[in-house]
Structure formats: C-alpha cells, structure tokens
Ligand binder design. Structure first.
Ligand SMILES: Cc1cc2nc3c(=O)[nH]c(=O)nc-3n(C[C@H](O)[C@H](O)[C@H](O)COP(=O)(O)OP(=O)(O)OC[C@H]3O[C@@H](n4cnc5c(N)ncnc54)[C@H](O)[C@@H]3O)c2cc1C
Ligand code: FES
Length: 244
C-alpha cells in the first residue's frame, strides 16, 4: 500500500452514468488485477474504493459509476486536478488457477477489474471468454476493448436490447477451465449456483479504512471472518458462505 497523489490525465463519459478516469502517479506497488485503490475526495471523511481497470507504466485507469456524493464529485473532475490515492489494496485474482480456457463474468461496474485480468491472461496465451452483463444496450461499455484483446465476448442485456436477452448465467458456455466473476451480489450468487468449475469472486463491502485496520468490512466465510479490503476482495468459490 502507498499513500500518494495522482494527477488526472482524462475523465471521459462512457454511458449516461459510467466514466473512465486516467490518472498518472506512482504505481510501483501494484501486484496485479483485482486490486483496488481508495480515493480521498474533498469534503468526504471516508475514502471511496474503486477497482483497477487498467495499469500501464505509471498510468492507472478507473471505470466508475456515478451513484452518490463521491463518484458524482469524481465525474466533475478535470484534467490536471489531483487526487490523494491509497494504492495497491487487496489481494487481487490468482491467475495460476486459470487453466487454458478461463471464463470471465462481469456485471455492470463489475466489468472494470476483469479488463486488466483479461489482458494478463491473454499475455499468457490463454483462450479467454468474457460475458459482460448489462441492463440494456445504453449501459454497455468496454465491449470493443475486450474484443481488441482477442477475447471471445458475449454481451447479455436484461431487456434484450443487445446481445443475449437475460442474465450472464443465460450465456454460460458448455466448457471452460475456470471462472473469475465480479458484479452485484445477486449475480455472484447466481453464478455460484450455475458454474460447474471452481473459480474466484470479487466482493464489495462498505469500507472504513480500506487496508485491514478497522474490521469494518468483515464478512463470514467457511473459514471464518475475512476482511474484504485486505483478505479480499477476491475470494475463492469454495471459501464463500454459499459453499456451506
Ligand atoms: C473493492 C471495491 C471495488 C469497487 N470498484 C468499483 C469500480 O471499479 N467501479 C465502480 O463504479 N464502483 C466500484 N465500487 C463501488 C464504489 O466504491 C461505490 O459505488 C462508491 O464508494 C460510492 O460512493 P459515493 O460517495 O458515490 O456514494 P454514496 O453516497 O456513499 O452511496 C451511494 C450508493 O452506493 C452504495 N455504496 C457506497 N459505497 C459502496 C461500496 N463500497 N460498495 C458498494 N456499494 C456502495 C451505497 O449503499 C448507496 O446505495 C467498488 C467497491 C469496492 C468495495
Ligand atoms: S475497511 Fe477497514 S478492515 Fe476493511
């Protein structure tokens, strides 16, 4: 973890409520995909956690949805402004389990951390399939970015306005070696039930400190309580309480 300051390079709107922010700063501490940063925003006591979507040299990309005070403030920020950032938080995904045909399943703003993961798996020569789930066509983002990595991409929309009509679980392929999943909790539960292989889930909890000190993000697992910010946010399928 590092307590540092990043400078905003760009902040572009991807959909009506989702934005992509690129920032420049010290990125040396990051260990891999699935980690997150905790941002200090003006006038807000608690920092706001956002997953690392992409990381190239000293440039960090975040993709976030404006849902409240903090993220709305972020959406108004401009190139050249600075942001205090706690970097390289959380455990991240374990890529060693992926096998040759990993499946990445993302829903809404659960999609961003899978982008860096897809990149790393493609660099290892894996055949990566990705399912991106949204409510409707207007909410889709990063479909082309995943295709450009050489991933096999399936989009699902709940209203059927693009791709497969339904939920991510309606588009699961017959065969895959392992899965990685990030999205809202009801989606994680559905994926837990529908998948036949082992896999990893990225969890979200309201956070206090973001680095393991306050226990504010503890959640019960089959092997006892875990801090989502420090022992997670990635937990193995077998660890989650649903496995009980
Ligand atoms: C490890 C982690 C990674 C995340 N990565 C991303 C990401 O890549 N992109 C993205 O858009 N969002 C991400 N989130 C969720 C993001 O942190 C919240 O949306 C954000 O903190 C909301 O702050 P706010 O001030 O805008 O909203 P608030 O005014 O604080 O709250 C608005 C709404 O968001 C909910 N909310 C607030 N904080 C959280 C939280 N920590 N987790 C879940 N719901 C919350 C509240 O219950 C409320 O319904 C992540 C959360 C975690 C824990
Ligand atoms: S947020 Fe403080 S321990 Fe996780």
């Amino acid at each position: 973890m590092k307590d540092t300051v990043f400078t905003i390079l760009s902040n572009r709107q991807l959909t009506s409520s989702v934005y992509e922010m690129k920032l420049q700063g010290e990125t040396g501490d990051f260990i891999g995909p699935g980690q997150f940063v905790n941002l200090k925003l003006e006038g807000l006591y608690l920092r706001r956690p956002i997953s690392v979507c992409d990381l190239k040299d000293d440039i960090l990309t975040l993709v976030y949805k404006a849902v409240g005070k903090g993220t709305e403030q972020m959406s108004r920020m401009k190139e050249g402004q600075t942001l205090p950032v706690l970097t390289a938080l959380g455990n991240g995904y374990d890529l060693t389990e992926a096998g040759e045909e990993p499946l990445l399943i993302g829903g809404g703003v659960g999609v961003p951390p899978l982008y860096l993961l897809a990149q790393k798996l493609r660099e290892q020569g894996k055949n990566v399939s990705v399912i991106l789930g949204f409510n409707s066509k207007e909410e889709i983002f990063y479909e082309e970015e995943f295709r450009a990595l050489g991933c096999r991409v399936t989009v699902t929309t709940v209203d059927g306005s693009a791709g497969v009509k339904g939920f991510v679980t309606d588009a699961l392929p017959q065969a895959y070696s392992y899965f990685y999943c990030c999205g809202p909790e009801p989606m994680l539960r559905a994926v837990f039930k529908a998948t036949k292989t082992s896999g990893q889930f990225s969890f979200e909890e309201r956070m206090g400190c973001g680095f393991g000190a306050c226990m504010g993000c503890s959640c019960k697992t089959v092997t006892g309580y875990k801090r989502i910010c420090k022992d997670g946010p990635v937990l193995r399928k077998e660890e989650s309480l649903w496995a009980d």
